[in-house]
Design a binder for this molecule. Structure first.
Ligand code: LLP
Length: 384
């Protein structure tokens, strides 16, 4: 992420998100280069990570498909120009209007998470006289070495259909004339850096594929979800995630049947490193044991530290004075409104610009209006 020319930030109301589109394009080029090595690999960008229209347009230009989890997301990606036939639609609690929206737009595939949901999709499809392509999201009971709040593939999580019910749900789907069963969907969690976790998923999928084959059930689509993590500690050294190893793992361990395509739903790895939250220091306060840099961004703008104990690298863009130790905190009336504690920053003064790095994913999109605050605006490097 290029933050060398900070003059471009003068006169812009803080806090705001800043997206380096050169880095985003470099990331997308790497993804395309790595997936083109393998037959039938398709990446659907998980728009839940960042739905900023300007960011979405760059991703669409690179030709990626898209993964949505709500009707609002479907509307947003259509507005950004994504073709509906590249949309996969997941989510454990889809409302009827959201299902209708997906069916009306002839999206690529619904990732279905329960029999009651399948029944509703079928009912709506019958009413509309359409046939709908579905994959079943199977809970593979594979743990991921990540924060408990972003682990999704364990039997105790609310997501997906239990493995032991897989054949029953597929047989049910096959009885519905307006449903076409296409394949399986998985997602074990997010911010995963250990390739062993993806290897475990690939092996579990192989077992399930053997079961399907024994039951003479054909599948075209294997959707392995997303989850590839980024380097929050050293974003400047590692701006592009290790897509090479990631796709190599699936190529090596996932056994495909003839004609099968593999779909990926990557969010964080696509946009995480290209975004920064830019904030201004309102006050420097010296307590008896602590020194606080009080900035104008709060947990309302970037909730990850408060919600997941996440650490975003923080840098002072204005000062090159000697380093001192600070707690960087926001103005929100909550004790958890802390970005980081006891970190070293070049001496901070009122008015300095501070950047919180690796904030392109799950940053702007998770902002809230708590304390009646304005939502942060997102700008690209092409605008500023
Ligand atoms: N597919 C499904 C079914 C998902 O649930 C998710 C993320 C993804 C794909 C994309 O995962 P990614 O490639 O971005 O790891 N707000 C949290 C992350 C929540 C992830 C939710 N699901 C955070 O800020 O860390």
């Amino acid at each position: 992420m290029d933050l060398t020319n900070t003059n471009r930030f003068q006169g812009i109301r803080t806090p705001f998100y800043y997206y380096d589109t050169a880095l985003l394009r470099q990331t997308l080029d790497t993804i395309n280069e790595e997936t083109s090595k393998y037959e039938g690999y398709h990446v659907h960008y998980a728009v839940k990570a960042n739905a900023n229209l300007k960011v979405l347009k760059v991703i669409n230009e690179a030709g990626l498909g898209i993964d949505c989890v709500s009707g609002g997301e479907i509307k947003q990606v259509l507005k950004a120009g994504f073709p509906a036939n590249k949309i996969v639609f997941a989510g454990v609690g889809k409302s009827d209007w959201e299902i209708e929206l997906g069916i009306d737009n002839d999206i690529f595939c619904f990732n279905v998470e329960s029999i009651p949901e399948l029944e509703v999709i079928n009912e709506i499809a019958v009413r509309k006289g359409k046939t709908v392509d579905v994959c079943f999201r199977i809970n593979p009971n594979v743990g991921a070495h990540t924060h408990a709040n972003i682990t999704t593939g364990l039997a105790e999580n609310k997501f997906g259909i239990a493995m032991e019910d897989m054949l029953t749900v597929i047989h049910t789907a096959q009885q519905y004339p307006n449903i076409r069963f296409k394949g399986l969907h998985f997602h074990i969690g997010s911010q995963i850096l250990e390739m062993d976790d993806f290897i475990a998923l690939a092996k579990r999928i192989n077992e399930l594929q053997d079961q399907l084959e024994a039951a003479d059930i054909k599948t075209e689509i294997i959707n392995v979800g997303g989850g590839l993590g980024i380097d929050y500690a050293n974003p400047q050294q590692n701006p592009v995630p290790d897509f090479k190893s990631y796709f190599e793992v699936y190529n090596k361990y996932l056994k495909l049947r003839p004609g099968q395509s593999v779909h990926f739903e990557l969010g964080r790895a696509v946009v995480g490193q290209c975004g920064a939250l830019i904030t201004r220091v309102n006050y420097v306060k010296k307590g008896s044991v602590k020194q606080f840099a009080i900035v104008d961004a709060g947990m309302t703008d970037l909730i990850r530290p408060a919600l997941y104990d996440a650490h975003h690298k923080i840098v002072n863009l204005t000062s090159d004075l000697a380093e001192e130790t600070y707690d960087v905190v926001g103005p929100i009336c909550e004790s958890s409104d802390v970005f980081d504690k006891d970190i070293r920053l070049n001496t901070v003064r009122r008015g300095d610009l501070i950047a919180m790095l690796s904030a392109g994913a799950y940053g702007e999109i998770m902002a809230s209006g708590y304390n009646c605050r304005k939502l942060p605006v997102g700008y690209t490097s092409e605008e500023l």
